[in-house]
Write a protein of this length. Structure first.
Length: 364
């Protein structure tokens, strides 16, 4: 519970925060000492006013701690924790003429509230100043024999300071982790959309060109290609929606079927495996993504006449006899594939092949 900055009202709150009072409420038992001291006094004024001061102190402390932990503070010219701290100090000082040294029981509450309630650097200035003031006052007014209480106060202050620092670092770490998760999710969506749209638009473009050439020569075939274009467009739209929602996973068998169609439409001879069951089921989704992007690149860029796909238990190889890499740089698609494969514990390699084109291999 700090006041270093306003909390995001739209950020989800930890449902366990409401039980935070269990951590500090046990300390209220120490207010029994000034209460007993007041009731046991021979002075009527102390017996009457002492309990009032103790109850008022406890009430202010409890109310303000609850408000701090729940992030609910009134809009006042002076920050509410500062006003509450002033009131707590005033009540503690008011108890001094009534119960004397028993008023030291209030100081741990004042110190811990200051540490958690004040902004930086006021909280540590108050904590250090409070320790100096209490130590000096105890030495001068009560003598060195009472300094044992000061050591207890030092321990309480140190524990509260450590709790606040750990809380701040934990919150900063959580913010960094959430930022990293958001960045990774954005990269995933960008990678998936690229892979889905790149392949689908390439196939649609090829089929549109084919249908255009067939309009006069073979109208029936052209109509079939146009119907296929409409079907593929609907499928692509569904894939994009599922990808953005994080629901889509590439199925290797479907990708092999799609690869065969895409290569055939481009007039590329395809040598594809007959059965995907040879591949380890753990790696088939990643193999599906790799096959999709690799075939898209063959169809779009290679100028190849033949494409060979080899599938084994823990490896996938796609090789063509096209123009090769020719000094081209690794694009977004291949970079996305590399990330997918490496995240699944595999190795990704792309280079020249035996047939003069490009050889892409993934292996686990």
């Amino acid at each position: 519970m700090t006041t270093d900055g306003p909390a995001d009202p739209l950020a989800p709150r930890d449902p366990w925060e409401r039980f935070g009072w269990l951590m500090w409420s046990g300390w209220l038992v120490f207010l029994a000492f000034p209460l007993v001291a007041s009731l046991a006094s021979d002075e009527t004024t102390t017996r009457l006013l002492g309990p009032v001061v103790v109850v008022a102190f406890a009430a202010v402390y409890v109310v303000e701690v609850l408000r701090l932990t729940r992030g609910r503070q009134a809009d006042l010219p002076v920050p509410e924790p500062v006003l509450a701290l002033v009131l707590l100090v005033a009540l503690a000082l008011a108890a001094v003429p009534l119960i004397g040294a028993g008023a030291l029981s209030f100081t741990p509450f004042v110190q811990s509230f200051a540490v958690f309630g004040l902004p930086r650097p006021a909280w540590w200035l108050f904590a250090v100043g409070g320790l100096v003031a209490v130590s000096t006052g105890t030495w001068l007014l009560l003598g060195p024999d009472e300094l044992t209480l000061v050591f207890i106060l030092v321990g309480v202050t140190a524990a509260a300071a450590a709790g606040r620092l750990l809380g701040e670092h934990s919150e900063a770490y959580g913010t960094a982790v959430r930022g990293r998760d958001v960045a990774e999710e954005r990269e995933r969506v960008a990678r998936d959309v690229h892979d889905v749209l790149g392949h689908s638009l390439t196939v649609l473009s090829i089929k549109a060109e084919l249908a255009q050439r067939l309009l006069d020569a073979d109208p029936e075939r052209a109509r079939a290609e146009l119907a296929d274009i409409a079907r593929l467009s609907r499928e692509a739209l569904g894939e994009v929606r599922a990808t953005v929602g994080g629901l889509r996973a590439a199925r290797l068998a479907d990708e092999l079927t799609g690869a065969g169609r895409a290569l055939a439409d481009r007039g590329i001879d395809a040598d594809l495996p007959d059965d995907v069951r040879v591949a380890d089921p753990r790696y088939r989704p990643v193999m599906g993504w790799v096959l999709r992007e690799a075939v898209t690149n063959v169809v779009r860029h290679s100028g190849a006449r033949r494409c060979v796909v080899r599938l084994e238990e823990r490896s996938l190889v796609v090789e063509d006899d096209g123009r090769g890499l020719a000094g081209s740089r690794e694009g977004h698609g291949l970079r996305g594939l590399r990330e997918r494969v490496e995240q699944s514990g595999g190795r990704f390699a792309v280079g020249g092949g035996e047939r003069g084109g490009v050889r892409l291999e993934v292996r686990w």
